[in-house]
Design a protein around this ligand. Structure first.
Ligand code: ZN
Length: 306
């Protein structure tokens, strides 16, 4: 990797730290548009030395903007003028930090499965013709529970969000990421030289491991629940955690609509988009009002016909 001079800025509004090439002259934060940004001392740009895995972008700037515009147009609830009046010129290619946490697990589970059995029971019934009551016997079903237990093995590779600006919800919405061997790794220094940015991680390796553990415990419990009719307990033993810093290619758009800044994020590999679209007040009002008018009309007509 060639050595290049970088600079890191921190946004006082959303808390994100972004690293770019030293000639980069940012005026606002790429994530939130805040102008309150400070340059950090050079030693904070640890990223190049750490050599995180750099998964390449597959969607270029023109494709990204085209997809954003189509997405702005496609919502039924969005105001009609959204796509034509929203400014979409504020965009950045950001390598968003994450931890790829790999671990093998073994879960011991206990539960029970049932079998339907029948028992002879004595009942009474009254003959409707004669009015006489008589006793009779019938087979009645009941469930007998048998204890069951077992172990299952699982292999996990969880992608844990480490961005200070994007939420786990935002990054999860962009999943999945192709981080396999064919994912097209890029040289980070060269990528920054082309005007891309990289966010410094806000989540430590230890925090990421703890989060991954919670997520995997939940998934294991759900998997064990599929193995047995009634799951009573599941206890997961973890192997050695291997956490690797990854940086994920994300297009970040800030677009303005009627003076309000909205953010949308796009998976730079697949084009998957996530964000808030403004909702048209008029369309929502009509959607509520039209059924009310129809119902009121039916009520009035039915009253008049009585
Ligand atoms: Zn910010």
């Amino acid at each position: 990797m060639p050595d290049i001079a970088v600079k890191t800025i921190k946004c006082s509004s959303c808390g994100a730290s972004l690293t770019g090439i030293s000639s980069w002259k940012p005026t606002v934060c790429d994530y939130c548009g805040s102008a309150v940004i400070v340059e950090l001392p050079p030693e904070t740009a640890s990223a190049l030395a750490d050599r995180p895995r750099c998964v390449g972008f597959r969607i270029d700037a023109a494709q990204a903007v085209e997809r954003l515009k189509a997405w702005l147009k496609s919502s039924f609830w969005a105001p009609g003028d959204l796509a034509s009046t929203a400014r979409t010129d504020e965009q950045a290619e950001i390598y968003v930090p994450a931890w790829e946490v790999k671990v093998d697990v073994e879960t011991a589970w206990q539960g029970a499965r049932s079998e339907t059995r029948y028992r002879r029971v004595s009942k009474t019934r009254t003959d409707p013709q004669t009015g006489r009551t008589e006793r009779y016997e019938e087979d009645e079903p009941y469930k007998e529970w048998y204890p069951a237990s077992g172990t299952r093995h699982g292999s996990y590779a969880e992608m844990i969000n480490a961005s200070g600006a994007l939420t786990q919800q935002e990054t999860s919405a962009l999943m999945p990421w192709d981080t396999g061997a064919e994912a097209g790794e890029e040289d980070l220094a060269a990528a920054l030289g082309r005007g891309r940015r990289m966010e410094e991680p806000s989540v430590s390796e230890a925090e990421a491991t703890t989060r991954a553990r919670e997520i995997i415990e939940g998934k294991e419990r759900a998997e064990c629940g599929k193995l047995i009719e009634r799951l009573d307990s599941a206890s997961t033993k973890f192997g050695e955690f291997v956490a690797r810093r990854a940086i994920l290619p994300v297009w970040v758009f800030r677009y303005q609509y009627k003076g309000k800044v909205q953010r949308a994020v796009m998976n730079g590999q697949t084009g998957e988009l996530h964000g808030e679209r403004p909702v048209s007040g008029l369309k929502v009002a009509l959607a509520i009002a039209i059924p009310i008018v129809i119902i009121a009309g039916i009520v009035i007509v039915s009253m008049l016909m009585k």
